[in-house]
Write a protein that binds this ligand. Structure first.
Ligand code: ATP
Ligand code: MG
Length: 406
């Protein structure tokens, strides 16, 4: 008997128990599942109340699993065999599966759930009958109730019977976009893409805001931020990338502000502009990659001074994470290699040698009194360029550029 998985069973993650929300969650998740599976034209998807069925119709189950593993809102994935509710067929298939998996010393158990109560045997009887059928063909196999090597699950449902023994962990989180929109402050560093990933994971759809100061920052630095954004589209679909012209503000600050306060004032401008863009584009929150104590701008005093320009919630998904843990995540989501390319960011170029780690709000306001804040912010906002970044490869991507040079 040749065994071929007929479907992937998709287990939902944290579901809201409220009926209306649950429906919205399931619909959104189904949309995303269908989107990542568009390359597999024969695959069909049916989302039920308690799980979603991805029917393979001959598609390679390994490739389909690989695509599904990235989708947020999925707790677990079980490649399964869908069978008619016929004891002869069930018995034969259970025997074939276990024979296929068998090796010396293997332990197993059969675990049955029967939701179709009209079926001829109850779940205890099914465990016994199918278990002894396994012994008929594999007399040396051992049953073990606690942590066996193989748990073969049998489900007898209204429409069919299902058999499965593999479970693959899903990406967890909530379906992309279900929580509303946030503005991600996207530098070219290691942290901000990871912060974006974690926000996406909790169902936030994002627009990426990047501050560029040409000619002090290079086209390659801008491209790097775009490449990082493209990497994030793999987890939640297209992302708008907003490039903000920041040169005028940086030159003005360099000219009029005492060095030690430069960083604080620069960050306050970034925050104001991001907040204005959020307002214009109906975002709900701002997300950044700050992590407590990492650099001078990330002390609690600095955060307070920078945050003081807005009442909008600023979400910092990395705030309590250690750098090594952030790097590990960056590697997992494939942004690390792009982030470590050496192109200068606008902040590094104008960075003072000794930035204030405990800026005083009073001082900050004195310096800002010398500036035309409204005018500077308005001109930056008026000068933005918005592009849509898609998961497709970009001919200008830095990784390709570097490959070409090698
Ligand atoms: P990252 O690795 O994300 O650059 P970092 O540890 O280098 O973070 P900073 O460069 O001080 O820290 O920046 C803190 C946060 O401010 C960044 O995570 C990002 O959200 C935002 N930020 C910094 N520079 C820019 C920029 N040029 N454009 C947009 N956001 C920026
Ligand atoms: Mg940085």
């Amino acid at each position: 008997m040749t065994l071929q998985y007929s479907e992937i069973m998709v287990r939902y993650g944290e579901l809201s128990t409220k009926k209306k929300n649950r429906k919205r969650f399931i619909n959104k998740l189904q949309e995303h599942i269908q989107a990542v599976l568009t390359p597999f034209s024969q695959v069909t998807v049916r989302a039920d109340y308690d799980r979603c069925h991805v029917f393979l119709n001959g598609a390679d189950h390994g490739l389909v699993l690989e695509a599904l593993e990235k989708v947020f809102g999925i707790q677990a994935l079980n490649p399964a065999y869908q069978l008619p509710k016929d004891m002869a067929i069930l018995t034969e298939t259970v025997q074939a599966i276990m024979t296929d998996l068998y090796r010396d010393g293997l332990t197993f158990k059969i675990s049955t759930k029967r939701s179709d109560h009209s079926f001829e045997l109850d779940s205890r009887q099914l465990n016994q009958v199918l278990g002894s059928a396994v012994f008929d063909v594999l007399p040396d196999i051992k049953v073990q109730m606690k942590k066996p090597d193989v748990t073969l699950r049998v489900e007898i449902r209204e429409e069919a019977a299902y058999l499965y023994h593999e479970e693959i962990k899903g990406a967890g989180g909530l379906p992309a976009g279900i929580s509303g929109k946030g503005m991600l402050m996207m530098s070219g560093g290691i942290d901000s893409p990871v912060a974006g990933y974690l926000a996406l994971k909790r169902g936030v759809s994002i627009e990426a805001v990047h501050f560029a100061s040409p000619p002090y920052t290079s086209p390659a630095a801008l491209q790097k931020a775009r490449d990082l954004t493209r990497q994030l589209t793999k987890f939640g679909g297209n992302i708008r990338f907003i490039e903000v012209p920041f040169t005028e503000i940086q030159e003005e600050l360099k000219d009029k502000v005492f060095d030690a306060y430069l960083m604080t004032l620069t960050r306050r401008f970034m925050m104001r502009i991001t907040d204005r863009l959020r307002q214009d584009r109906n975002g709900l929150i701002i997300i950044n990659g700050e992590s407590l104590g990492q650099v001078a701008s990330q002390t609690l005093e600095s955060m307070q001074a920078i945050n003081a320009v807005t009442n909008t919630p600023v979400i910092r998904p990395l705030v309590a994470m250690d750098k090594l843990d952030i790097i590990e995540l960056a590697q997992k989501i494939d942004t690390f290699e792009i982030s470590i390319q050496p192109f200068e960011d606008c902040c590094t170029i104008f960075a003072p040698d000794h930035p204030k780690t405990s800026p005083k709000l009073e001082k900050v306001e004195q310096y800002e009194a010398r500036l035309d804040i409204e005018g500077l912010v308005n001109r930056a906002v008026a000068g933005i360029t918005v592009t849509e970044i898609t998961p497709q490869a970009d001919p200008d991507a830095i990784s390709d550029l570097i490959e070409d040079l090698l």
